[in-house]
Design a protein around this ligand. Structure first.
Ligand SMILES: [Zn+2]
Length: 468
């Protein structure tokens, strides 16, 4: 409690940082993020992007589809401040890059033209926090039912019947061939764990635990219920659902074009798919990254068969320790060059022990730092070619294992320098779309069709998915 006349700091931690014990402790430590002493450890890892292979011409890329989400946990009522409600929102944001280019005349941007170039499709969900249950159900069972219903009813785009549950099944299959059911490794209700090949399976309508007879839901495969707590904050479980939903939305766009358009490779050549954050999944949902990896590998192989390259898929980070590090070392990365981050280097800058296996369980792409021609550093994650794992085994650290790296850097460079000096414009627009209240829904698919890419407007959407 503050003394009379003492103004409490709005930042509660400031007095603590000034505390002598804390000051003494700081003098014993150093920040792991410090710029390495040997500049060579950075400069030797950089190459100019225009020396890399170039299977997709960046100039051909006309559209960006960016997925971003936001999540909150709020007190349900003033009367019961410990009763919490979770809220998440995911937005798919479409940007016509040609229109964007014409809206920028030097440094002047016409906001009306930017608006005309931009469409967004969003969905949201309320999830039960602590002390909220469906009548007759426990807290954790309520959570499982709500997540399952959310996946089953949420369409990724208003012009498509395809739901997040469909996308989850597709993620466990290959492009155009969704899995019909998914294995559950551990029962959410009893201690039973099942060996590979002996798991109970869940379909869209669920399944049954052979050990205890409890009903299993499709959403149980996400295992977000493991992080649900009866008392306190459920924000981390809510965030897991949001991150998976973002990945499912991106996959839905890829799958939509793949499964419904005869010459889908033409759409992929002209479109960049941006995810907010790294191409990775953490915590209980991390095992899903292998499914995403397999799906993208299959897409890559299909594209190679068509004589083209994989869809341009990239994660762009706005915040976090790698963004801070990139800012710290950017002067050492020549403009227009991309820096490879070896696992040794990552361990060093993040304070992990030498030999630590970084990223193997979470990442389905590898991080790079790209310095744009205007001088800003971007932290990006790019998927490898088939047969290479991003953080383990041969080829993981080779530039040649990431054939779409150059095109991605060049496209991002264009959308960065054209308009705003400190943001990649598709990510900035998607972030707004994810943070603002849900407005009138728009269809990204419709916006594509209106530009002659994707399905014509009067096309009856038809799915190869046999489970509808
Ligand atoms: Zn059970």
């Amino acid at each position: 409690m503050p003394y009379p006349n003492e103004h409490a700091s709005r930042l509660g931690h400031v007095p603590t940082v000034n505390n002598q014990t804390v000051q003494d402790a700081f003098s014993r430590w150093q920040v792991t993020q410090a710029r390495p002493d040997d500049e060579d450890s950075i400069t030797s890892q950089c190459v100019p992007v225009d020396t890399l292979a170039n299977p997709v011409q960046a100039d051909d890329v006309r559209f960006a589809i960016t997925v971003d989400g936001s999540d909150y946990e709020v007190e349900a009522t003033r009367q019961y401040p410990t009763v919490k409600v979770g809220y998440l929102r995911v937005a798919g944001s479409f940007l016509d890059l040609d229109k964007l280019a014409s809206s920028g005349n030097g440094t002047f941007v016409n906001p009306r033209e930017v608006r005309a170039a931009h469409h967004e499709s969003a969905f949201d969900a309320a999830l039960p926090g602590s002390r909220l249950v469906r009548p007759g159900s426990s807290g954790v069972d309520t959570w499982r039912q709500e997540v399952d219903e959310f996946l089953g009813r949420t369409r990724f785009d208003m012009d498509s019947p395809y739901t997040l549950a469909d996308a989850l099944l597709t993620m466990h299959g290959t492009p155009g061939r969704p899995a019909s059911d998914l294995p559950i490794r551990a029962c959410p209700a009893c201690p039973a764990k099942f060996d590979r090949g002996h798991e109970p399976h869940v379909t869209r309508s669920g399944g049954t635990c052979p050990a205890c007879g409890t009903h299993l839901y499709l959403a149980d495969v996400l295992r977000t219920h493991d992080e649900y707590v009866l008392e306190g904050s459920n924000l981390s479980a809510i965030t897991r659902v949001m991150l998976v939903s973002e990945r499912l939305m991106t996959l839905s766009y890829l799958e939509h074009f793949y499964a419904n358009i005869a010459d889908a490779q033409e759409v992929f050549k002209r479109t960049i798919f941006i995810t907010d954050g790294p191409l990775a999944l953490f915590g209980g949902v991390a095992p899903l990254k292998r499914r995403l990896q397999h799906y993208h590998e299959a897409m890559f192989r299909w594209a190679e068969g068509k004589g083209t390259s994989a869809p341009l898929l990239v994660g762009v980070e706005k915040t976090g320790s790698f963004v801070e590090h990139a800012e710290l070392i950017k002067e050492l990365v020549p403009r227009g060059s991309v820096m490879r981050l070896s696992t040794d280097y990552i361990n060093r800058i993040t304070g992990r022990p030498p030999g630590n296996k970084y990223g193997t369980d979470e990442f389905y792409g590898r991080r790079f730092i790209y310095r744009t021609t205007s001088g800003d550093p971007l932290v990006i994650t790019v998927p490898p070619k088939p047969g290479v794992l991003p953080y383990e085994g041969p080829g993981a650290e080779e530039f040649g294992s990431y054939p779409i790296l150059r095109s991605i850097c060049e496209v991002l460079d264009a959308v960065r320098t054209r308009l705003y000096p400190n943001a990649v414009i598709p990510v900035a627009l998607a972030h707004n779309a994810a943070a603002l209240p849900l407005g009138v829904g728009q269809s990204v698919l419709r916006a594509m069709a209106q530009r002659g890419v994707g399905l014509p407007l009067d096309h009856q959407i038809r799915y190869r998915n046999p489970f509808h």
